[in-house]
Design a protein around this ligand. Structure first.
Ligand SMILES: O=C(O)CCC(=O)C(=O)O
Length: 297
């Protein structure tokens, strides 16, 4: 099944949240740059799904008021839209939902989950902050957008290790409705060159066809952790229901973005400023440990 760089199957990179062996799970992540923890977020699913359904309905009502932005369109409540595929009931589809730690207490609580933080600490060390404020992507029914294979570092390259991402399935997710694909071991390649794609930065589709990646089917509440250089992506949603995910990202308390981008053009401009980047305006909320003041950062 797997044609990943580490030639492993899903069974080799997955563990159960029941009686979680944190050290063993962290070792899988360290070896492959990705890890699946079955059932880790189950306790948050009912509540977060109610809120996701709410912002989804709210966003659909606001689509006619969307304004153009460099990445697509933005609705007044803050959703990001892309052009819709042929045969879709409207000309725009939703990509990013406006739900975050700012407006959803359950989303914030999920980011403070003890078992998750134990695992993040086992990987990143004792002093951990949140990177971003929680992200939720949705693939709408019957053709919702693909997210081409990519590395998150193309969007947010960091000075040090970079964030450990935790993508959580909000609904049961399979090959039909847009399972996440990962390439175990790809994080060791460093940051690769990305191109502009329909859904922003992505890898060249000939060099990185889906066959090189491993699909992770799962249940609502399963978590997939991935390194900022782990190649991942997901195909369109061909089911008749939306497929949302919610994402938490963690990084060491001293880390910061040196290049932030959404397109090859703005990435080039950001790369020219790389040496000017500092920790100054990038202090996230601490979720473990303590941040020592460092006058050089
Ligand atoms: O919704 C998805 O599967 C895409 C998530 C993803 O690739 C990302 O957040 O980088």
């Amino acid at each position: 099944m797997t044609a990943g760089l580490d030639n492993v199957s899903v069974e080799d990179i997955e563990v159960s949240a029941d009686n979680l062996d944190t050290a063993a799970a962290a070792a899988i992540y360290r070896e492959h740059g990705c890890l699946v923890v079955r059932g880790l977020m189950v306790d948050y699913i009912d509540e977060i799904c109610r809120e996701i359904d709410h912002v989804l309905a709210e966003t659909i009502d606001l689509i006619t008021e969307a304004r153009q932005v460099p990445e697509g369109w933005s609705t007044p409540n803050g959703a990001l839209l892309l052009p819709a595929p042929k045969g879709f009931p409207r000309d725009k589809q939703i990509m990013c939902l406006p739900i975050s730690y700012r407006n959803s207490a359950v989303f914030f609580r999920s980011a403070l989950d003890t078992r998750t933080l134990d695992l993040v600490e086992a990987v990143l060390g004792p002093n951990i902050e949140l990177f971003h404020e929680g992200q939720s992507l949705v693939k709408e029914a019957v053709g919702g957008h693909p997210k081409h294979l990519h590395q998150d570092a193309s969007y947010f390259e960091h000075r040090f290790e970079g964030p450990m991402g935790q993508l959580n399935y909000a609904v049961d997710t399979d090959l039909q409705n847009g399972a996440l694909y990962v390439v175990p071991g790809s994080f060791r390649m460093g940051l690769l060159e990305h191109e502009d794609t329909f859904s922003h930065l992505g890898l060249n589709g000939h060099q990185w066809p889906w066959e090189r990646a491993t699909p992770i089917e799962g249940k609502a509440g399963d978590s997939i952790f991935f390194h900022v250089n782990c190649i991942h992506g997901s195909k369109p949603n061909w089911s008749d229901k939306p497929r949302p995910v919610f994402i938490n990202r963690y990084r060491t308390a001293d880390d910061y973005v040196v290049v932030g981008a959404t397109s090859t053009e703005n990435r080039k401009a950001a790369e020219a400023q790389r040496e000017q980047a500092t920790k100054d305006n990038q202090r996230g909320l601490m979720v473990r440990g303590f941040r020592t003041f460092d006058s050089n950062r």
